[in-house]
Design a protein around this ligand. Structure first.
Ligand SMILES: *Cc1c(COP(=O)(O)O)cnc(C)c1O
Length: 472
């Protein structure tokens, strides 16, 4: 797999872009290019100290290579280096951000909304919880709730925002427990519930329809953290119940976060936050004296989305961050032009291929007597976790680490994850499982479309690694 799969793609477009500015007096070429080249060679050498994230045999953490078009569009935009804080600094790229975000919102069924890109899912979640706190502003002490399997940053974000935070226990599938959620809601001090569609550890899907039903009774905001799993909205037929119903209900959330830099084929630096109510832009109101000088005089733009019409002129007016990479918006826009967010398109097919690979890996693991699979069902998305049969949790963890190392020696890269022992089928050793004992398990995120075609080769290497685990 070449690191530059489409040579020439960028240089042709760079010439075109250069020609657009040819009326300006030319600049002297950069000096000392030889020394730059030699430093860059050193960089190439340093970068070899990485796992091969771009290759299908990398099946460990959530790492998916950006699309070649996304990389080229990002690099092209960097020649201009626009800043999407304000139109002064990023004219075309602000428009492209508005258009790209409109397509993401449309995927979730929203045509009127407020939304923008962020530098990450964490920042996007911070904005969503900040708005939740602002909306509850008149009632101090109101809590944020999230499942114990929610992303660890929700706790930290809540601390930064000085919002009290509580964890709701998860069931054996890693989904938020509704009985425990309701017990918390009865206390009457909940501002917002974070519903994760696609947990980071195992891709579990919280029961959004039930959470929405509780919202009717208890009144609170529902924030959907779909940083990882958001794009699975495109392939409901490839999902099982209850995940399918959770995705079908997503438009009823108050806010949604999705990370194009996770499953959306984007370079890092691309998250997105969306609010169902465009009027929530009022919480961001500020007046920066130095950035909106020239662009106040710009004519209102023709293709302003409804949510911005008559509202902010600059994306910085509806974002907590100031400077943001215009290049990230350009890359996302270009990718969505080429691979539209349509259930029948190639992008959706790629998601379904990863999901098929996960189900097939799960099927093979379940047929292997050395494996203790999750007791309750199959992967909900494209993440597979499994525990290794052993006499004790400690020995099981040790075996997982040995196979992890041995796989790496066979160029197959998996991941390790700590999960409650009680989630897995009991071992044949007659030992009672202790609730809450954590055990180290193997984990594979099969998020590349190529993973389906590569599954046999992944399996061969896994089998070879199991036959001779390192350090056992
Ligand atoms: C990855 C992830 C985040 C954090 O997003 P970053 O882009 O890494 O900051 C939040 N929530 C979930 C569910 C995630 O998978």
């Amino acid at each position: 797999m070449p690191l530059d799969p489409v040579p020439g793609l960028l240089s042709r477009a760079t010439e075109l872009l250069e020609a657009e500015f040819s009326a300006l007096p030319s600049l002297a070429p950069a000096a000392d290019t030889e020394r730059m080249a030699s430093v860059l060679e050193g960089v190439a050498h340093r970068l070899s100290d990485n796992y091969p994230y771009f290759h299908p045999l990398y099946a460990g953490q959530m790492l998916k290579p950006p699309h070649p078009l996304a990389r080229a569009a990002y690099a092209l935009a960097m020649k201009i280096n626009p800043n999407n804080h304000a139109r002064d600094g990023g004219r075309a790229s602000s428009e492209m951000e508005i258009e790209a975000v409109r397509e993401l919102a449309g995927m979730f069924g929203w045509s009127e909304y407020l939304g923008h890109l962020t530098s990450s899912g964490t920042l996007a979640n911070l904005e969503a919880l900040w708005v939740a706190g602002q909306a509850a502003g008149t009632r101090p002490g109101m809590r944020i709730l999230a499942s114990e399997q929610a992303h660890y940053t929700h706790h930290r974000i809540s601390a930064v925002l000085k919002l009290p935070f509580s964890q709701v226990p998860a069931d054996h599938r890693g989904r938020m427990r509704m009985d425990r959620l309701e017990a918390e809601l009865k206390k009457g001090d909940v501002a917002a519930v974070v519903c994760t569609l696609g947990t980071t550890a195992i891709g579990a899907v919280d029961p959004l329809p039930q959470i929405l039903a509780l919202r009717e009774r208890y009144g609170f905001r529902v924030h959907v953290d779909a940083a990882y799993g958001g794009y699975f909205k495109l392939i409901p037929d490839a999902l099982d119940e209850p995940a399918r119903s959770a995705y079908a209900a997503i438009a009823q959330a108050d806010s949604i976060v999705i990370d194009p830099h996770k499953h959306g084929l984007q370079p890092y630096g691309c998250g997105c936050v969306l609010f169902r109510d465009p009027a929530e832009g009022r919480f961001y109101k500020h007046d920066s004296p130095y950035t909106y000088f020239t662009s106040k005089q710009l004519p209102p733009h023709a293709n302003e989305p409804k949510s911005l019409a008559g509202g902010p002129v600059h994306l910085g007016e509806i974002s907590l961050e100031c400077s943001r990479a215009g290049a990230a918006a350009v890359a996302l826009w270009a990718t969505q032009q080429f691979l539209p967010l349509s259930p029948s398109g190639e992008f959706a097919r790629g998601l379904a291929q990863g999901r098929a690979a996960a189900l097939e890996l799960d099927r093979r693991l379940r047929a292997d007597a050395r494996v203790q699979p999750l007791v309750a069902g199959h992967p909900e998305l494209d993440i597979v976790v499994w525990k290794l049969q052993a006499e004790s949790p400690d020995q099981s963890s040790q075996r997982a680490r040995a196979i992890f190392d041995s796989c790496a020696a066979h160029d197959l890269h998996l991941a390790l994850v700590q999960l409650p022992e009680s989630w897995f089928a009991p071992a044949d050793t007659g030992q009672n499982q202790v609730e809450n004992t954590l055990v180290t398990c193997l984990r594979s995120v099969l998020m590349k479309p190529e993973h389906e075609a590569w599954l046999d080769r992944i399996w061969e290497r896994y089998m070879a690694a199991c036959a001779a685990p390192i350090g056992e």
